[in-house]
Write a protein that binds this ligand. Structure first.
Ligand code: ATP
Ligand code: MG
Length: 412
């Protein structure tokens, strides 16, 4: 077990930069991935939410760039959302110090000027969402001929979002002699296509199951009639003071919820796909800076996003698929901290919740509306588990799960 970054074969410069950020002990995925990546191997890594996967690929990239100090873009990180791209960029900025030029962000929704000038000024790293990058490639605004490292962060989500054709077109113009790495907390069977087509004998690193949420999160569940949900939510929020992230299913639902909470006196911001990029950035930074206590969001904010000190994640609406549950609740309980995740559901969603629990191997503590644990909830639950097969089939969407098949596939 590696206790300190100094035990890794990384340069004194990077060690110094890590110490400046107060990072002393590498997380397990970092300790395992950094040496393999620095040897140039392809890496397919899964590790639970909030366990430092970003630095697991950024440190080797920075080492590579310091060692081969040649002009041109040598590393490309593809991510599913603009917010995540910005966060990866920030982490690289914190670590690169003055020895490397500023990286380039390539995402939609923001003006091109700054992005293009970073490229012209010699960025070595590009962090991009696939759509905008393809656009730049098409317009010959970016040259990726010197590329040595390609990282797909949240690869399964990018495939879900339909980015596969785009990723294929991007990969087709990259040098064949390169290193490719994939990082996520979850994997879906579809990722096998990427692995087969773009990775060479990847080293498979797995920390924790790809079907399990973070161990630092305590789960509770509230059965509540749909027309009482809002009231329940307010009671939950009023009981505590910490930062809270609430997931709703739709953009309209997100709007409505954020508006109602603001009206009730909670400082609430919102983030969803129909908001302008400026609004999305203002919401996230407002929460980071403490101007808002509550962030209401769609699953747009469920992947990779790190907001400091989220104490409580609330599933106001159930997630569409079990992976989303893992990522949503993973916005709390990060970097060794603890968190709470509450799930609200209606009576007719009981079976859906139980399937979710069974799939993820978790037990959510059933709570009463007065926020106390329900009496004998455990016995009640056992009785219901016995009847589970007699219950109506769960919605198909809840069954779209990677399952053991995938785990086995990647572990071989
Ligand atoms: N070695 C370390 N020691 C302490 N904190 C760390 C270390 N590495 C990363 N962190 C911090 O942990 C937090 C989570 O890191 P990161 O966002 O990389 O997690 P992740 O594994 O990518 O999670 P997700 O699956 O949600 O994307 C960040 O705030 C990061 O600064
Ligand atoms: Mg991440």
């Amino acid at each position: 077990m590696i206790q300190n970054f100094s035990e890794l074969q990384i340069s004194p410069y990077v060690k110094e930069r890590l110490a400046a950020s107060r990072f002393t002990t590498p997380t397990p995925v970092q300790a395992a991935a950094i040496p393999q990546a620095m040897e140039g191997k392809d890496v397919l890594a899964t590790a639970q939410t909030g366990t430092g996967k970003t630095l697991a690929f950024l440190i080797p990239i920075i080492e590579q760039q310091l060692q081969h100090n040649v002009p041109g873009i040598t590393a490309l990180v593809l991510v599913p959302t603009r917010e995540l791209a910005m966060q990866v960029l920030e982490q690289y900025n914190a670590l690169r110090g003055k020895k490397l030029p500023a990286p380039a962000l390539v995402v939609g929704g923001l003006s091109e000027g700054q992005q293009l000038s970073a490229i012209r000024n010699g960025a070595r790293l590009v962090v991009a969402t696939p759509g905008r990058l393809e656009d730049y490639i098409g317009r010959k605004l970016i040259n990726l001929r010197s590329l040595r490292v390609l990282v797909l962060d949240e690869a399964d989500r990018m495939l879900d979002m339909g980015f596969l054709p785009s990723i294929r077109r991007i990969a087709s113009i990259l040098p064949r002699e390169r290193q490719t790495m994939c990082f996520s907390a979850t994997l879906e069977a579809s990722v096998a296509h990427l692995v087969n087509d773009y990775m060479k004998n990847p080293v498979r690193l797995a920390f924790g199951s790809i079907l399990k949420p973070s161990e630092n999160v305590r789960f509770q569940a509230f059965e509540v009639a749909t027309d009482r949900k809002q009231e329940m939510l307010q009671r939950l929020l009023a009981k505590e003071t910490g930062r809270c992230l609430i997931f709703a299913r739709t953009k309209r639902g997100t709007e409505r919820l954020a508006r109602n909470l603001s009206r009730e006196g909670f400082t609430a911001a919102m983030i969803h796909g129909d908001r302008s990029q400026a609004q999305r950035i203002a919401a996230l930074s407002g929460v980071q800076q403490g101007r808002y206590r509550v962030l209401v969001a769609t699953d747009l904010a469920s992947r990779g996003i790190h907001v400091q000190d989220i104490a409580h994640v609330i599933n106001y609406d159930l997630p569409e698929v079990a992976e989303n549950f893992i990522h949503r609740v993973g916005r709390t309980g990060r970097a060794g901290k603890r968190g709470i995740a509450s799930t609200l559901f209606a009576r007719d969603q009981r079976s859906e919740v139980m399937v979710l629990e069974r799939t993820l191997g978790i037990l959510m503590e059933r709570m009463k509306p007065d926020l106390e644990p329900a009496e004998q909830w455990e016995q009640k639950r056992l009785a219901e588990v016995a009847r589970i097969d007699a219950l109506p089939q769960p919605a198909a969407r809840m069954r779209r799960l990677p399952g053991e098949f995938l785990q086995a596939h990647f572990e071989n």
